[in-house]
Design a protein. Structure first.
Lengths: 363, 724
């Protein structure tokens, strides 16, 4: 019987790659496969048994076994496994952030990303049995590196959005922001490639010129290695005289996240590099209208159910927010369209179907 | 046979509830004409929505009842959000006429939060909603009953716009003020109202909507009056403070105290709150329909204290038994029934309750008359045949499922959304006021007791004789703030002698004479015609007319016609940029005529201002146009703060204060600036339109040396060796 190992260098929940790996594990285990999760390091995943990555060779012994390697950064160990293991291999490509974004802030992270992008060529050349990409944008990169189209599939990442619908909103947050201000929300790690400066600019344009009774929630974990960036964001907010209206919520629990989505009138994102962007889908599921700068995978994920611009112009974004806030019909319509898109493309059930379609022959 | 669906949150014979009863009635009235499916949940109680009845289809009296499983029932979380909604209703002053224009004020919650509440009010059934999504085309029409519950709300979102019928059974309660219900109502093809009062409330809350008053049929068959020794008042339904029952108990008990009589109060229904134990209050619990009608027939009066009726089937049933109704004024629906029929009385407080009751107790013929009128009203209006005909008409008026006409909501939304993008782009192009206010705007130093408005008006009324009126007024409008900043730099000591260079057109002069206790000396340069002159200046606001005499000389060529050390303050404002050849000459002369420790106030445009940065980036010229007033009329050379500082320091002045500030909103920033903002950060304080400076004569520099820096003067003759 086929043994399946799902491998990623590090595994945590609340992380797009981590949730995808766990989702795959759930689906395959439920179907009765002998599946294990392997990682070099892991945190906050007590409900799951994680095996140390260096033990993987003793698990995947037969040519009919399967390695699913989640690729989001450079890792020599992973690359070696692709070369050395006798079994079948599948790649799940989440995309690697271009190193330029980290140069001014953390050289180590920049180096990791540089390695990640360099190793991508090698991954593509490793002749894996199938290559799954989280988005068409990611797939394009693999195809450009020479991956055979017949082996390439687009499989969105598994997520915990169903949890979001049913979890109870943290009432302390509902209470803290209980007023009739317009709330704009962004969810995403505090990392330089997520375009927070442009977000704050756009919010400032909206706040100062359209609606001073407005507020920006920036929800996302801050990485101590990127402290300079996080501090810089607060300086930008002060400089633009909106520091009282911007809330840096940090990393939050599911209950808190639910509260922020419940309070949101608009979801706005100006990220410059995304491999899929799970928060966009969270917003869709919560019927929060989307305004975005359409970089990388964002237009593909949104696909017409939000206001997506090709220019990162604060006035365009501000006017978009205004259009949504002023015209309730637009807000309702966009919200409904977003939910419909989520239900038709991005529920875990749908993703499972795509996943099994891709991986079926290897089981 | 053509199918019709009715969506309602509960459906079972044991259920006591107005909207459920209405839904069942409509189903019964339509079942001969159509095959009727009632889409509902497996819940029986309206507090917990527990799954009690089996899932699936049950046939009952010719109607198919399809029950779906409840996924979200009651939870403490629901109470939390619901309470929050009630609190916010009060906090934001919502209500029927609470908006500034007298319209209804809705609760200002985001849509996701509102929908979270609706979902949690329960009963939320995923499978019912999916069924509606997948099968709405199976039905000729769908009637959604009652606005409040997620069964109705989310189904309305699944049925494409302009197709469903909606019977909201609306009444004036806090949840009705959530705006999502309004949007849902507008998706319907048309509305089914129970009364005109309900329709009026609907218009107030949701705006104009197409619809018809269908009402409901009332069982009006006469029953034998229940046998009773004593006369009794009757109430049937939920015993609940929300239905006014606490008030009813209170009023009845007080009445009995004040008016001893055999009168009793009989109640039937469900006691959600305990009925007080009182010898004359008789709670019968849940009774059969026949027993209820019998009790109604035998009652003295039917009493209805509930302000939250959307139709009040029970009251009409009682009236149909020729029993007069005693109703609360709190409900438009009830008062409408009573007023239109003449079959009852209205009370608004204890006094009126007691008075009406007392009247009725003693007046049998009046009771009979009213009873007759009430019965006529019900029998003529709420007849099953009439209701059925209205319902069928409503169903047939809806577009057939496969008819075009109204596009699916999804498609219409996409169209709308793609159409709005260009509009948004267009609106964004007309750039609003700037994102970046660079200057730390110094507060306007308004003279004590004067507001900005007052000062503006005063200055606007200053008019020099023969001056170009409109041009000068525009000048004041544009530069008003600059005059005030300038005034602020002139010390307030009394008894000063002040020299103002370039006094014409006398706005600053007017401010100086009003707000400084000083001897003013004025100088102008129009031409070389004479050494002095006078100009009349009128301040129209006060009616003053002043003659200002001035000396005339060229400050960059002539020696100033004053003795050394004559003045405490010299104003040298908006002049240096007009000079053609030798600004240092002016500075040196100023230094000479100032007393030791004297003050120089200098103002001039800031060449490095934001406007010029923008212009250069945009490829526009920053030079001043040629002037109709001649070479001196033009800005010939503008300065930066740094240059001025150097020039002043080099020529014997110490700078006390120097700042830049914007004085008007002309030519503010636009998109071009966004990219360079980071580059301008280091000189945030250098970007204002004007430079304002107060300096003092350096003690040791009263000798007549002059420094003409090479950056300001080039190709000079050898004798005047420049510094730096």
């Amino acid at each position: 019987m086929t043994r399946i190992a799902i491998l990623t260098p590090s595994l945590t929940t609340g992380d797009a790659v981590g949730n995808d790996a766990l989702g795959m594990y759930e689906v395959l285990s439920a179907r009765g496969h002998n599946t294990r999760l392997y990682a070099e390091g892991w945190a906050s995943v007590d409900e799951y048994k994680i095996w140390p990555a260096d033990k993987i060779a003793s698990f995947l012994k037969s040519p009919s076994d399967l390695l699913i390697y989640h690729y989001s950064r450079g890792w020599d160990f992973g690359l070696d496994l692709l070369r050395d293991l006798p079994c079948r291999t599948a790649i799940k490509y989440h995309n690697v952030t271009p190193p330029e974004f980290f140069l001014k802030f953390n050289k180590d992270l920049a180096r990791m990303c540089l390695e990640g992008r360099a190793q991508l060529k090698l991954i593509a050349a490793a002749n894996c049995d199938i290559y799954m990409s989280a988005s068409a944008y990611n797939e394009r990169e693999l195809l450009d590196e020479g991956v055979d189209e017949s082996r390439s599939y687009v499989v969105p990442p598994f997520h915990h959005i169903d949890r979001l619908a049913n979890v109870e909103a943290d009432h302390r947050i509902l209470e803290a922001y209980e007023d009739d201000r317009t709330n704009i929300l962004m969810v995403g790690r505090i990392s330089p490639h997520k375009g927070h400066p442009a977000l704050i600019e756009a919010f400032a344009a909206y706040h100062l010129d359209y609606n001073p009774a407005s507020r920006l929630f920036i929800v996302g974990k801050e990485d101590p290695r990127l402290e300079v960036y996080a501090t810089g964001l607060r300086a930008i907010a002060r400089y633009l005289k909106v520091e009282d209206a911007v809330v840096f919520a940090g990393g939050v629990s599911d209950h808190a996240l639910k509260a922020y989505y419940s309070l949101a009138d608009v979801f706005m994102i100006t990220s410059e590099h995304e491999g899929f962007c799970v928060p966009l889908v969270e917003a869709m599921s919560m019927k929060v209208p989307i305004v975005a700068y359409g970089s990388s995978a964002i237009p593909g994920t949104v696909d017409g159910v939000g206001l997506v611009w090709t220019e990162r112009d604060p006035y365009l974004l501000a006017e978009s927010v205004n259009a949504i806030v002023k015209e309730r019909e637009t807000a309702c319509a966009l919200g409904r369209m977003g939910l419909r898109r989520y239900e038709e493309n991005f529920t875990n059930r749908k993703i499972e179907a795509e996943f099994l379609k891709a991986i079926g022959n290897l089981l | 046979m053509t199918k019709v669906a009715i969506i309602v949150q509960r459906c079972h014979e044991t259920i006591v509830g107005g909207s459920e009863a209405l839904a069942w009635q409509y189903a019964s009235l339509l079942k001969d004409e159509y095959e009727v499916d009632v889409l509902t949940t497996t819940a029986v109680d309206a507090a917990y929505w527990t799954n009690v009845l089996p899932e699936g289809t049950e046939e009952r009296e010719g109607v198919n009842v399809r029950r779906f499983h409840v996924d979200l029932g009651y939870s403490p979380y629901r109470t939390e959000i619901f309470t929050r909604m009630l609190q916010d209703f009060d906090r934001f002053g919502c209500g029927r006429h609470s908006a500034p224009d007298g319209a209804a004020k809705h609760i200002p919650w985001s849509i996701p939060l509102q929908e979270e509440l609706v979902r949690r009010i329960g009963p939320y059934s995923d499978s019912l909603i999916k069924f509606v999504r997948d099968h709405w085309t199976d039905y000729r029409s769908i009637i959604v009953v009652t606005y409040l519950y997620p069964t109705a709300y989310f189904s309305q979102l699944e049925i494409p716009a302009g197709r469903a019928l909606f019977a909201p059974t609306l009444h004036d309660e806090q949840p009705a003020y959530l705006s999502v219900y309004k949007h849902a109502a507008h998706r319907a093809h048309s509305l089914i109202w129970l009364t005109d009062a309900e329709r009026r409330l609907g218009v107030n809350l949701w705006g104009d909507l197409p619809g018809r008053i269908v009402a409901g049929a009332i069982d009006a068959r006469r029953r034998e009056p229940a046998l009773h020794d004593e006369p009794y008042l009757l109430y049937c339904g939920r015993i609940d403070p929300n239905k006014g029952c606490s008030e009813l108990f209170d009023y009845f008990m007080r009445f009995k105290e004040q008016n001893p009589s055999p009168l009793r109060l009989v109640l039937t229904g469900k006691d959600d709150v305990p009925v007080p134990s009182h010898p004359d209050i008789d709670f019968r619990g849940f009774v059969s329909a026949e027993e209820k009608f019998s009790l109604m027939a035998g009652a003295l009066l039917y009493v209805m204290p509930s302000g939250k009726e959307s139709f009040s089937i029970v009251t009409l049933e009682a009236m149909a038994q020729a029993t007069p109704a005693l109703v609360t004024a709190k409900s438009d629906v009830l008062t409408d029934h009573v007023k239109e029929s003449g079959g009852g009385l209205i009370y608004s407080d204890y006094e009126s309750f007691a008075a009406r009751l007392y009247e009725m107790l003693s007046n049998e013929s009046e009771r009979e008359r009213m009873g007759k009128l009430g019965r006529e009203y019900v029998v003529n209006r709420f007849v099953p045949e009439k209701i059925r005909a209205s319902l069928i008409e409503a169903v047939e008026s809806c577009p057939k499922p496969h008819e075009d006409g109204v596009e699916s909501s999804h498609f219409a939304s996409t169209q709308m959304q793609t159409a709005s993008l260009p509009k948004i782009r267009e609106r964004a192009q007309t750039a609003p006021t700037p994102l970046y206010d660079f200057y730390d705007s110094t507060a306007l130093p308004l003279p004590r007791g004067w507001s900005e408005q007052e000062l503006r008006e005063m200055l606007l009324s200053v008019q020099v004789e023969d001056g170009p009126v409109e041009e000068l007024k525009n000048y004041v409008r544009a530069d008003f703030k600059r005059f005030i900043y300038t005034l602020g730099l002139v010390p307030e000591r009394s008894g000063q002698t002040i020299l103002e260079l370039g006094a014409n057109p006398y706005f600053t002069t007017t401010l100086l004479s009003k707000f400084r206790d000083a001897e003013l000396h004025l100088a102008n340069f129009f031409d070389n015609s004479s050494r002095e002159g006078t100009q009349k200046v009128a301040v129209h606001q006060t009616g003053e007319v002043v003659d200002y005499s001035f000396r005339q000389f060229n400050i960059e060529e002539d020696a100033f016609p004053y003795e050394d050390d004559s003045f405490d303050v010299v104003l040298f404002c908006e002049i240096i940029e007009h000079l053609l050849s030798d600004p240092v000459h002016a500075l040196v002369e100023i230094r000479r005529v100032l007393k030791p420790g004297g003050i120089l106030v200098l103002t001039t445009p800031n060449v490095a201002r934001t406007e010029n940065v923008r212009k250069i980036i945009a490829g526009e010229n920053i030079y001043d146009p040629y002037s109709g007033y001649g070479a001196y009329g033009r800005h010939n050379r503008e300065y930066t703060k740094q240059e001025l500082t150097e020039l002043l320091n080099a020529n014997g002045f110490n700078v006390n204060v120097m700042f830049t500030a914007d004085v008007n909103a002309e030519d503010r920033a636009s998109n071009h600036l966004n990219a360079v903002v980071p580059l301008l950060q280091h000189r945030r304080s250098d970007l204002g339109q004007y430079i304002f400076c107060q300096c003092v004569v350096n003690q040791g520099s009263k000798d007549s040396y002059a420094v003409r820096p090479r950056w300001l003067y080039r190709s000079m003759p050898q004798e005047e060796e420049p510094e730096h």
